[in-house]
Design a binder for this molecule. Sequence first.
Ligand code: DUC
Ligand code: ZN
Ligand code: ZN
Length: 472
Amino acid sequence: MTDDVLIQNGRIVTAVDDYVADLLVRDGQIEAIARHIDPSPTMQVHDASGLLVLPGGIDVHTHMEFDLGDAQTVDTYETGTRAAAFGGTTTILDFALQGHGQSPKHALDQRLALAEPQACVDFGFHVILTDINPGSLSELPDLINADGVSSFKMFMAYPGVLMVSDGDIFRSMRAVGAHGGMINLHAENGEVIQVLIEEALAQGNTSPKFHALTRPRIMEAEATHRAIRLAELAEVPVYMVHLSAKEALDSVVEARDRGIPAFAETCPHYLFLSIEDYDRPGFEAAKYVMTPPLREHECQHALWRGLRFDDLQIVSTDHCPFCFNENPHGLNKSKQMGLGNFERIPNGAPGVEFRLPLLFDGGVNQGRLTLNRFVQLTSTAPAKMFGMFPRKGAIAVGSDADLVLFDPNQPQTLSASTHHSLVDYTLYEGFHLLGKVAKVFLRGQMIVNGDEWLGQAGMGRYQRRAASGRIL
Ligand code: DUC
Ligand code: ZN
Ligand code: ZN
């Protein structure tokens, strides 16, 4: 039993509401919202005058302790979720990777055992399916209904490593769709990209920029179109992860216009950075090697427009923190592995801490998004899309008291020297933003107060989720 928490005079902003009120939290849930609630001596009282009160951010795409064989991401479940909390994210969905010959359930159990004692915010998993056979398919209904994993990622890229065939995608879509599950696709034409990579390397084109040049936008568009058509035939919803290219977005729009339940997320790096970042001197450009790669400015404009008009439903980070330099935290597999061969640069970039402030400043302050839409994209739609609403993603009586007090007038400068991730760089070094997280509550417990950490490893709870993709 914890003390009641009273948050006074905050401007409560949800995906649809915007009003000033007092909010009472009891036993981790929102107990009451009213114009005025009398404080009592046993209550912990917070003055939120001048602050926004937002539902805790939900980042549905992170990779903590992700082992790609060659390289591992540097954030543990503890450090990565703490960084998330400092950025106003109170729930993450991470990944459990099914190895070849491994059962998906086993992959989930292993990840759960790793994450549970460490997580500082609430968490769940998508299972990455790599080995589709009658045995693994037969486990999926129980994973969805008993374990609460209602979303599964599959790769159309990385042949010989993670890529699966169209037939296996189709089989999996039908198997999970029938039980309330959804397939999330990494959509790029892996075989064609492999041809381009081999050609580039044979010509001596080894620098990081060729990572982008060998992964063309239309090969993302082609795979996106193919994935949506497979889902259409299987009659199930489908979710495109880390969408970056204008042409891929066009495919999603075309399908949605026909009434197909096709959904997509994009990530801050595609909104704020561009292919020009690969022209940075020396090996600096390796920091920006993620998949899909950064695109031209016209894609940024299309993505912002897509966020505004609900062609894109979610902003996630794809936080995938590989160090730039060797060994700052005992890991000796960093971006430096790709010196002399861009294909060996681990694909991924960090960002879990900066999603809310970036989107607030670049979206709301710049007049591209309304405040309500900002909340929709960062919290409510993720909760609805992945079976956590209304426990999460809402400020309503009975919802978890995952709350962010956000100061819209507080400036900040992003830097790896002050961020909380273990990774040794940020893509947003020196970005000046207006708007900063002031306090964060996880189920009513204050875990962040300014720069102070008040949470504990292990306090994050595993989220058993309901059906995914059943939203309009
Ligand atoms: N896809 C991801 O979602 N994250 C990292 C690398 C990748 O290819
Ligand atoms: Zn991916
Ligand atoms: Zn990812």
